[in-house]
Design a protein around this ligand. Structure first.
Ligand code: CO
Length: 498
């Protein structure tokens, strides 16, 4: 296993002050054509990039404890005729509306934000703020802001107006969690020619239940199944293949008492247990087939890059092997109640590394190998390769090839050759998740663009950078008039909303 302490100390390629300023709140909601542009926006690149993330890191100067507790702010970039129009709006959750009206923090946050007044003000207050800050989803002409704590919020994709909590026509119960990480199965198989939206809901406690839904392009649920797994489950993301859903159950325990008694948020009561294995939960998409649980060394996973099936070389007629690529941490970063996230010591945290786990369903074993030492997060790939073997992944990456640091570059990994291409925005810019958009007439898997929202500390403003995905050369840099705090996830819709 590669650990952060094994890497020699490298000169920082960033200043902490620059990095911290990217976490300043952005209370403004704006709407304008971006006129300050270097290079040319490709005419063939047409559609809408949506991104979600915490936009407020304080309520009228009262700081929240962790960025994951920040109110969801959606950014919309409309690309058409070589021009880009920007718009951002907050998701009007009950919590956002109430706190903005009151001018102070009224809710506790999952990641430790407490109401002022110490534990007396927080004791037995289990009402969490719904924040809708993690991802966006577009399906069947509908658009949602997602977070995994409860139901999604329906949003107008043209105006970004919040339409309200959406229980998906009765599919979800009140307050039922719904994933912030759905997957779109591109289909294109004789047995399943159509696209499918695959999403899940986890209810956790002493034991946990996972419900997986598959929606067809009309929005109808065509498949639904629930499986029970023992123990508490922290399942942020999952992977799909032609025949399986794959979840990694991180070895964490939950001690809810500090939360109930008002000292900590529930996200802070998670304790990483390095002596327990990480479990791969393999659920067949055919509900009649049995679930399998395979074990491997303890690691912590937020995000999977992709997964696909290959024949088991020892018995090609039997169950396949599953190749699962994930960003793994040696241990879980914890934000203690007394720790300021802006002061975290990157050198003391495990870097995220891309690992391939080969799940042998016949022997019920896992073999793992690491793709490299570079600290990476937010993997993306060609949307048509989801669930099948892909040649290329694109990820946010640290500038140095080793060690832990903020994401300042984009790495493209060729999984066939192992070769890496790297584009750095150091020393003064920091990157968000790259999103790959295929060229409309693409022949090759990497023919297209990467849309990268960067925070440029020199201007204290953000830039939308359009990279050629084959060369990682910059085709255009669009300078925004304001900064966007570091965000989480987004999506590109090949459609313009007017
Ligand atoms: Co995520």
């Amino acid at each position: 296993m590669v650990t952060s302490t094994a890497a020699p100390a490298l000169a920082a390629t960033y200043s902490r002050e620059d990095w911290q300023r990217g976490y300043q709140s952005q209370p403004q909601e704006l709407d304008y054509l971006i006129t300050d542009c270097e290079g040319q926006v490709p005419l063939a690149l047409e559609g809408t990039l949506f991104r979600n993330g915490p936009g407020l890191l304080d309520i009228q100067g009262q700081r929240i404890h962790h960025p994951f507790d920040g109110d969801g702010m959606i950014c919309q970039f409309t690309l058409q005729n070589g021009q880009v129009h920007f718009r951002n709006r907050y998701v009007r959750t009950e919590g956002y509306v109430a706190e903005q009206a009151a001018g102070k923090i009224l809710y506790r946050g999952v990641f430790g934000t407490q109401k002022p007044g110490g534990w007396l003000a927080n004791i037995f207050d289990l009402k969490m703020k719904k924040i809708a800050n993690t991802n966006v989803l577009y399906w069947n002409d509908r658009f949602w802001a997602l977070w995994e704590g409860s139901e999604p919020y329906r949003i107008d994709p043209a105006t970004l107006e919040t339409l309200g909590i959406d229980r998906l026509e009765g599919l979800l119960a009140e307050n039922q969690p719904f994933t912030a990480h759905p997957r779109i199965d591109p289909g294109c198989r004789p047995t399943q020619p159509e696209e499918r939206l695959v999403a899940f809901s986890v209810k956790t406690g002493p034991s946990s239940s996972i419900t997986v839904y598959e929606f067809d392009p009309t929005g109808a649920v065509v498949q639904q199944q629930t499986r029970i797994i023992p123990g508490f489950a922290f399942l942020h993301d999952f992977a799909i293949t032609e025949h399986y859903y794959i979840f990694f159950q991180n070895p964490v325990a939950l001690n809810p008492l500090p939360f109930v008694f008002g000292f900590q948020g529930p996200g802070q009561c998670l304790k990483f247990q390095p002596d327990r294995p990480t479990q791969a939960i393999v659920i067949p998409r055919d509900p009649a087939q049995p679930m399998q649980v395979l074990e491997t060394d303890a690691c912590f996973v937020f995000h999977h890059a992709n997964a696909f099936e290959v024949p088991n070389p020892n018995n090609p007629q039997g169950l396949p092997n599953l190749q699962v690529d994930s960003i793994c941490y040696d241990f879980l970063p914890v934000i203690n109640p007394s720790t300021d996230y802006l002061e975290i010591d990157f050198d003391q945290l495990a870097p995220g590394l891309l690992w391939r786990s080969t799940l042998n369903l016949q022997e019920q074993s896992i073999q793992r190998h690491c793709w490299g030492d570079r600290c990476v997060e937010f993997p993306s790939l060609h949307p048509d390769r989801v669930g099948q073997e892909a040649r290329y992944y694109y990820m946010g990456a640290a500038h140095h090839p080793q060690g832990n640091a903020p994401l300042q570059g984009i790495v493209k990994l060729d999984l066939q050759t192992g070769a890496e291409q790297f584009k750095s925005f150091a020393p003064r810019s920091f990157v968000n998740e790259p999103i790959f958009v295929p060229h409309p007439q693409a022949q090759a898997e990497d023919e297209g663009w990467l849309l990268v929202l960067t925070y440029n500390a020199e201007r204290h403003c953000s830039d939308l950078v359009i990279l050629n995905a084959q060369t990682l050369d910059t085709e255009a840099t669009l300078h925004l008039q304001q900064h966007i705090p570091y965000g989480l996830h987004g999506t590109f819709v090949p459609k313009v909303f007017n």
